[in-house]
Write a protein that binds this ligand. Structure first.
Ligand SMILES: *Cc1c(COP(=O)(O)O)cnc(C)c1O
Length: 425
């Protein structure tokens, strides 16, 4: 084994340090496998209930009327997320687009959107108009308010109560930390805040940005009263196989609004060809629970590798997980860059290129991204990224298989040691 690692550029020192860390993680890994087992059964059960058949994988073109594969897949998603309905489509270009559809379909001029989990994900700043942008909700007269999380990362219920006004139409809850170092919210915390909001005003719609959270726990926020649960298919639920797409699962009324916005008033869910992606959507969903488990093991491993070297890691090495993201704060830009170089060097695709910080659309600082992915930008595949600005934290996620996630982390450590940025004990 060690020779195999050495042939890939891993030193004996890094290998031995890694094995020592892994020895202490067996119990954690067992729990992750148990959640994957539960969720695998949930997915199989949903596919059986919806009578998924080979016909569902057929291509449709043009208007996509009577697309049985598409309609059945949406039924499967609604079952898994415990919602009345779902939209799962290649026409939803990414997670940001799915969230944009969910927001703009259910908000009207004069309505207010309230984020109760602090500042939303970077790309949503332009969608909402927090940073002025063409086509933003602000341009359409939708206002925005925010209740920050408390310093310990929990919901600030007093601030939320104070922020709810007569014009508040929707509450947004972001499960994952995104590019922040706050803790990720658990599904049960999200359920509590939904119940709190509904106790004040039952008509307020609660939307959960579920990106990176799918299949990490045994329940999803739809089970605890979310009106909409939104995510990307090139993250967890696509299982690495979906080539693009997004989903919105929610109440029938919210989902119909979304469909009229995504396609056209009057047409709604009835149109939308599947372009032959159905098999990958189904098969990716089938694999998603175990792929998510592989990514989780990688995250737990990374947390323990870097925590024991003295870096700030969120979540810490022993905390329970609610998403697949691992933040490591280096405090200096060279750490972020070396980490990303290691992830890149461990990839099956584009391993020979060197990632560099760059200005990316939707972000307000240079961002460095490492990914050698089969699907462009897929972050359920092993990837790392971080805005190159203080506190110089890198966000690591994904790994379609555990051995690949492990190699990626080992390679990141290799780069850091080679550059003299860390010293192994
Ligand atoms: C990834 C992500 C998004 C946006 O998804 P894209 O597919 O990159 O557009 C939104 N919110 C959170 C929390 C995310 O992690």
């Amino acid at each position: 084994m060690i020779q195999m690692y050495e042939s890939l550029g891993i030193s004996r020192e890094v290998y031995e340090y890694s094995e020592k860390i892994l020895n202490g993680l067996q119990e954690r890994f067992q729990k992750i496998d148990e959640t994957a087992e539960y969720n695998q059964l949930k997915v199989i059960r949903a596919m059986q209930d919806a009578r998924v058949s080979a016909e569902c994988f057929e291509t449709s073109s043009g208007y996509g009327y009577n697309d049985r594969g598409r309609d059945t897949l949406e039924e499967v998603y609604a079952n898994i997320f415990r919602t009345e309905a779902a939209l799962v489509r290649p026409q939803i270009t990414c997670g940001t687009h799915a969230l944009t559809v969910a927001l703009s379909a259910n908000l009207r001029p004069g309505d207010e959107l309230l984020s109760v989990s602090g500042k939303p994900y970077d790309t949503l700043e332009e969608v909402i108009g927090i940073r002025p942008s063409r086509g933003s909700l602000a341009e359409y007269g939708v206002t925005y308010a925010q209740a920050d999380l408390k310093p310990d990362g929990s919901f600030d219920y007093d601030a939320i109560r104070a922020a709810i006004k007569p014009q508040t139409k929707m509450v947004e809850i972001q499960r994952s930390k995104g590019y922040q170092t706050r803790p990720t919210l658990s599904v049960s915390q999200i359920g509590e805040v939904i119940a709190f909001v509904k106790s004040i005003r039952p008509d307020i719609l609660c939307m959960v940005d579920n990106c990176y959270g799918e299949f990490v726990e045994k329940t999803e926020p739809g089970e605890l009263g979310a009106d909409m649960v939104v995510g990307s298919l090139i993250k967890n639920p696509g299982g690495g196989l979906a080539p693009a797409g997004g989903y919105i699962a929610g109440t029938l009324s919210c989902i119909e609004q979304c469909a009229f916005r995504l396609t056209s008033p009057g047409l709604g869910r009835e149109v939308g060809a599947n372009f032959g992606v159905m098999q990958s959507f189904y098969q990716g969903l089938f694999l998603a629970p175990t792929v998510t488990a592989a990514a989780l093991k990688g995250a737990v491993f990374a947390a323990n590798v870097y925590e024991k070297l003295g870096f700030d890691v969120v979540p810490n090495g022993s905390e329970e997980r609610h998403d697949i993201i691992q933040a490591v704060t280096f405090g200096f830009p060279e750490g972020v860059i070396a980490f990303c170089e290691g992830i890149q060097a461990a990839a099956p695709v584009d391993s020979y290129v060197t990632p560099e910080p760059w200005a990316m659309p939707g972000y307000d600082s240079d961002v460095i991204m490492a990914a050698g992915a089969f699907v462009q930008g897929s972050s359920i595949e092993l990837s790392a990224d971080g805005p190159v600005k203080p506190p110089y934290a890198v966000y690591f996620q994904g790994g379609l298989t555990w051995p690949h996630a492990k190699l990626g982390i080992m390679m990141s450590l290799q780069k850091l040691t080679e550059k003299g940025l860390v010293k192994l004990p």
